[in-house]
Design a binder for this molecule. Structure first.
Ligand SMILES: [Zn+2]
Length: 348
C-alpha cells in the first residue's frame, strides 16, 4: 500500500518505473566515462609506465565500449523523451522539470524542443511537406536514402524563425527550453573540465550518433507507407525486446492517431484494434531484419513508383472514416479482412 501511494505521488503512471530504470542507465552511460577518468587521474599513474603498454590498449577498448553504451543510453533517452513529451513521466510539474533536465543531459539537447519538432510539427503536419521530419525527404529505400533523409530532416528542423513563431504563444515552454539549455551548458562545461578528451571522443560523438539515429527512425517508421491512409501510414515493430528497451515506441500506428494514450497501453490497443486490419508488411517483429530487408542492398523497393513497392504498399481500407473517432474506429476494424485477398497478394 505504501509502495503504491509513493508511486502515485511521484510517477504519472505506474509503468513509468521502467522509464526511470532505463533513464538511469542512460545517465550512467553519460557519467561513467567521467567517473573512470576522475578515478584514473586521482590514482595519478601513467598506466603505460606502470602496467605496460597493453593497459593503454585496454583503456582504448574500454573507451569504445563506453561510447557504445552512451550511444545506446542516449538513444533510449530519445525514446523516453518521445513518450514524455506526449504524456509527462512524473506526477508533478516540478518533478517533470527535474526529469526534463536529466533527460537533457542524457540526449544532449534541451528536450522540451521535441514538443515543437514532434508534437506540434510532426503530428500536426503529418503527411504534408510542412512536416520537418516528413518522408517526402526520403528519396530512396536504401541506406544512402536514410542518411540523406536524416541530413535533410535535421536541416528542416533547424528553423529558428518557425520555432520562435510557435514559442511566441507559448512563453512557459520557451522558458523551459531556455532553462534546459542553460543547464546543458553548465553540464558540458563541467564534463569538459573533468576530462576534455572524454568529452570529445565519447560524449559528443555519442550525442551526435544517437540523435542521428533518433531522427532517422522517422523515415523507417513511415518510409514507403501511404501517409494518407487512416491505418497504413506507419510501420510497427512489435518485438518484445525492442519495445522493452524503447518503452513501446514500436507501436507507432495507434500512437500516431491517439497521442494521449499512455505508452504502456499501446500493445493492447494495437492487438485489439490493428492486428486484424494492418497489412502484415506494416506489422514487423524484428526491427533489424526489417531495416535490412527494406533498405539493405537487396531491397527492391522504390518509393518513387508506388507500383513497384508491393511489400510496403498500403492495403486500402475500403471505408472512409475519421480514425480519431473511437466508436467508428471499433466498428470499422471489426470487419476482418477477406481471406481471399490478403494485403500481400494485391497485384502491383
Ligand atoms: Zn509521437
Amino acid at each position: 500500500m505504501k509502495h503504491r501511494l509513493t508511486s502515485r505521488m511521484l510517477l504519472g503512471h505506474p509503468a513509468e518505473r521502467r522509464t526511470l530504470g532505463l533513464g538511469s542507465l542512460g545517465l550512467l552511460g553519460v557519467l561513467l566515462p567521467y567517473t573512470l577518468a576522475l578515478w584514473r587521474s586521482m590514482q595519478g599513474f601513467d598506466a603505460a609506465a606502470q602496467w605496460g603498454l597493453h593497459v593503454e590498449f585496454w583503456f582504448a577498448l574500454l573507451g569504445f565500449a563506453l561510447l557504445g553504451l552512451q550511444v545506446i543510453g542516449s538513444y533510449i533517452g530519445n525514446g523516453i523523451n518521445h513518450n514524455h513529451s506526449h504524456r509527462p513521466t512524473m506526477a508533478t510539474r516540478n518533478l517533470n522539470r527535474i526529469f526534463n533536465v536529466v533527460l537533457t543531459l542524457i540526449v544532449g539537447y534541451p528536450v522540451s524542443v521535441l514538443k515543437i519538432i514532434h508534437g506540434l510539427n510532426h503530428h500536426g503536419e503529418f503527411g504534408s511537406s510542412r512536416d520537418w521530419s516528413g518522408t517526402h525527404q526520403l528519396d530512396s529505400m536504401s541506406f544512402g536514402g536514410l542518411i540523406r533523409y536524416t541530413l535533410r530532416a535535421f536541416r528542416s528542423m533547424n528553423q529558428p524563425e518557425a520555432k520562435a513563431r510557435e514559442l511566441r504563444s507559448r512563453p512557459a515552454l520557451e522558458r523551459e527550453i531556455r532553462r534546459e539549455a542553460r543547464m546543458l551548458l553548465v553540464f558540458v562545461a563541467l564534463l569538459f573540465t573533468i576530462s576534455p578528451l572524454t568529452f570529445l571522443i565519447i560524449t559528443l560523438p555519442a550525442w551526435v550518433l544517437s540523435n542521428f539515429a533518433a531522427v532517422m527512425i522517422n523515415a523507417i517508421q513511415h518510409g514507403g507507407c501511404d501517409l494518407k491512409s487512416p491505418t497504413h501510414h506507419s510501420v510497427n515493430f512489435t518485438g518484445s525486446f525492442y519495445n522493452f528497451w524503447l518503452c513501446n515506441n514500436g507501436y507507432h500506428t495507434w500512437h500516431h492517431d491517439h497521442t494521449d494514450v499512455h505508452w504502456s497501453d499501446l500493445p493492447a490497443r494495437h492487438r485489439e484494434q490493428l492486428d486484424r486490419v494492418l497489412a502484415p508488411q506494416l506489422n514487423q517483429r524484428n526491427f533489424l531484419k526489417y531495416v535490412w530487408r527494406a533498405y539493405g542492398p537487396g531491397s527492391t523497393l522504390s518509393i518513387k513508383d508506388p507500383s513497384k513497392t508491393p511489400l510496403l504498399r498500403a492495403w486500402p481500407v475500403q471505408t472512409e472514416f475519421d480514425p480519431t473517432h473511437p466508436s467508428l474506429w471499433v466498428q470499422d476494424v471489426s470487419s476482418p479482412p477477406a481471406e481471399s485477398s490478403p494485403p500481400n497478394s494485391i497485384p502491383s
